[in-house]
Design a protein around this ligand. Structure first.
Ligand SMILES: [Zn+2]
Ligand SMILES: [Zn+2]
Length: 340
């Protein structure tokens, strides 16, 4: 999921920094979530025009989740202003239900809770502006794995293979050429990094479960994955690295979240044995990068490995450092630009 100028570009970056999932155990015990039996009652209430206020609206953690993912205004002080939360939370839940095509009950019913309890991408779902036009203007892009974590169960070889396959998945439906470049002296467009906890961009990873990764829209070229996850490949145990990497690369290419269950850009993680792009993903990426071009397909092998301009090895982290500087410059703009 498209936008325009530099300012919007900055907001998207900031928005991506705002995601901070709350501990899953605090959500599953009480905190305003109803039991499943409440669901039909809520639908009835909603369809009769009476929006239930079942959710205890003073629960700042529930509100924090909706705020982190764009359904409550960033300007709201969820921990210190319960009255404002009370006024806004039902509307936030309705927006969440609308985005994910759930019955519009206006309460955090069982189906809402089920989604909130799932591991997910750290990027927000909703922005106050139209998204979809953050794209690279060069169809030939380069990438490199620049940070690995030795504690990860997957070795570098497997990680490299999976990332190549994920890049290939996006290339197969567009005119993009995505080349891996391992030479540290060659600048690349997309950096793939693995971190645990706080890692310098203001949005900490949270250990196993919860947030699995996040990425920054073009042209930042940053894909970050939570190294603390129990990453696996194709087994169904743990978290499937391929599935998450395809999703995060989608962001790095310019896509935002989709509310279509089954789309790779759906933000919630459930293991899928058949990871493939949904028509929703394909339509989104082709809006930006077109359909596969036979000529480009032919020359693809000749364009990888890419031999572009070189720079000093000390500049390897330069792009990432730039994003941090940028963040400090746009902090004051967030309340204005983010949703409402
Ligand atoms: Zn995402
Ligand atoms: Zn990060």
């Amino acid at each position: 999921m498209a936008t325009l100028a530099v300012v919007c570009f900055l907001m998207m970056y900031w928005a991506s920094m705002m995601a901070m999932p709350i501990p899953r155990d605090t959500l599953s015990e009480g905190h305003g979530f109803e039991d499943p039996g409440q669901h039909s009652k809520d639908v009835e209430a909603a369809t009769s025009g009476v929006v239930s206020t079942f959710v205890p609206l003073d629960d700042s953690e529930v509100a924090k989740y909706f705020q982190d993912y764009g359904f409550l205004p960033q300007s709201l002080h969820v921990e210190t202003d319960p009255e404002s939360v009370e006024v806004n939370l039902t509307d936030a839940i309705l927006k969440f239900q609308d985005f994910f095509e759930l019955p519009p009950t206006g309460v955090a019913d069982a189906r809402v809770q089920e989604l909130i309890d799932l591991p997910r991408c750290g990027l927000p779902d909703v922005f106050s502006f139209s998204v979809g036009f953050f794209r690279w203007y060069d169809l030939n892009l380069t990438y490199r794995i620049v940070e690995l974590d030795d504690s990860m169960p997957l070795g570098r070889q497997v990680i490299g293979d999976v990332i190549r396959d994920a890049m290939q998945m996006w290339m197969s439906v567009t005119s993009l050429i995505l080349c891996e470049v391992n030479d540290p002296d060659v600048d690349v467009d997309i950096h793939i990094r693995h971190f645990q906890g706080e890692h310098g961009d203001g949005i900490s990873f949270d250990g196993p479960g919860g947030t699995l990764g996040h990425a920054f829209l073009p042209t930042f070229g940053e894909v970050h994955l939570d190294a603390a996850e129990n990453w696996t490949v194709d087994t169904g145990d743990g978290i499937d690295y391929f599935q998450v990497v395809v999703h995060e690369i989608g962001h790095a290419l310019g896509l935002m979240h989709s509310g279509v269950e089954g789309a790779i850009m759906y933000p919630f993680y459930r293991f899928r044995s058949d990871v493939e792009l949904h028509q929703d993903d394909i339509q989104g990426i082709q809006l930006m990068y077109g359909t596969p071009d036979d000529l480009q397909r032919d020359v693809r092998e000749h364009r990888c490995p890419y031999s572009g301009p070189t720079r000093s090895p000390s500049g390897q982290r330069q792009g990432f450092e730039k994003t941090k500087v940028l963040l400090s410059r746009i902090e004051s703009l967030t309340g204005y630009f983010l949703m409402e």
